[in-house]
Design a protein around this ligand. Structure first.
Ligand SMILES: [Mn+2]
Length: 384
């Protein structure tokens, strides 16, 4: 049994102000090419199909195109899909019983009524049957009615949902899930593009899923194992933040052998249309020394000129067509940073007064204070 493990497509995602539809269409085409070459029995999409619960028409058409191309392959792989925290469970479930006839199995909602259970898909290979359990992203509140009187945490919600399935541990079992899994308190390596809850209450310990032969996980955007080789996050197919600039993105390919034998796991590298890159140097260095092929990449530029460069934005835009951000790192900005890191959190008004005094060596005049007050009030009204 060979399957592709993918997650966190985040179709419809914008990187800073750039729409990524072309990048996403390109990477999904490349994944289809890999399907042609590797001929997996199944393609797993472990949640966060879309970036938003209400995806744009364009985002829906990008995903539709991908599913259609998978459907046209011979042999045709089964496609197993769960909802992630970014997806709307109900929208994703649309037409799922019709799609199942095309071997596209979607689990948007977790079970919420007594008679419901997890969607289970059984596939065959020369060693026999493999059961895939599709567990969509779950919050304790979603399934509270199934476990009356229990104080559900994320961890307990997952345990209880799996317990009621009566899974036969003598069979080969694969879990598809989209949660924040930890291994005995050690957390996966995260990037800036996941959405985390404050306080770390969302974690589920991997002991909850111990009986599975493989766990195809989504939610964390860097490819990695968690606790053991066979419990894995495959990561996003594209870099979705500057913090992922150095990450190599990939498709995780799993070959499940007979029960008890370690599966063969490979990561097939994915080359994006445009890379996310961090460039650092003086304006002149960046303009003259950056390799030609970086010009169309998504770049985060850090200028190190001690003297303010002349029209840096305009000059950089002549050379780079996808600038994510331009930062300045010199003695002056480091001083601002150390000021900002003093740890005190001040009201905007007080913070600006101190900032102004630090930078200019004098306090604001009464007239300036009045203008500042008006600007801050207007800004706050805008936010509310
Ligand atoms: Mn995600």
């Amino acid at each position: 049994m060979k399957f592709f493990h993918l997650s966190d497509l985040h179709i419809g995602k914008q990187l800073h102000r750039y729409h990524m539809a072309a990048d996403q269409r390109d990477i999904l085409d490349k994944i289809v090419e890999l399907v042609k070459r590797e001929q997996p029995d199944a393609v797993i999409l472990a949640g966060d199909i879309y970036d938003s619960p209400v995806p744009s028409a364009e985002a829906v058409s990008v995903f539709d195109r991908f599913l259609t191309m998978l459907d046209e392959q011979t042999p045709q792989p089964s496609v197993l899909i769960i909802a992630g925290n970014h997806d709307s469970a109900k929208r994703l479930d649309f037409a799922s019983s019709i799609l199942a006839k095309h071997r596209v199995h979607i689990a948007g909602m977790p079970p919420v009524r007594e008679e419901e259970s997890l969607r289970k898909v059984t596939l065959f290979d020369p060693y026999g049957e493999v059961d895939f359990y599709l567990l969509p992203f779950v919050k304790p509140a979603y399934v509270r009615s199934l476990f009356p009187g229990e104080e559900l945490t994320y961890d307990l919600a997952v345990r209880r949902l799996l317990e009621r399935e009566n899974i036969d541990s003598a069979r080969r079992n694969v879990l598809v899930s989209h949660q924040f899994y930890t291994a005995g308190g050690s957390e996966p390596s995260v990037s800036d593009s996941e959405v985390r809850l404050v306080g770390g209450i969302e974690n589920v310990d991997i002991s909850a899923i111990a009986l599975f032969d493989y766990a195809a996980l989504g939610h964390i955007h860097r490819a990695q194992k968690i606790g053991k080789e066979t419990f894995r996050y495959c990561g996003t197919p594209l870099a979705y933040s500057v913090s992922e600039a150095e990450d190599e993105k990939s498709v995780t390919v799993v070959e499940l052998l007979e029960k008890g034998r370690a599966p063969v796991i490979r990561e097939l590298p994915l080359a994006p249309l445009r890379r996310v890159r961090k460039l650092s140097g003086t304006l002149e260095e960046i303009l003259t020394e950056t390799p030609e092929e970086y010009r169309h990449d998504y770049v985060s530029i850090t200028l190190t000129d001690e003297l303010e460069a002349y029209q840096p934005k305009e000059r950089l835009e002549e050379q780079f067509d996808h600038i994510l951000e331009i930062r300045v790192d010199n003695a002056r900005t480091r001083k601002i940073l150390s000021f900002a890191e003093e740890g005190e959190s001040l009201e905007p008004y007080a913070a600006f007064c101190r900032f102004f005094a630090e930078m200019n060596g004098r306090d604001l005049t009464e007239q300036e204070k009045k203008v500042l007050g008006e600007v801050i009030r207007a800004g706050q009204e805008e936010i509310q």
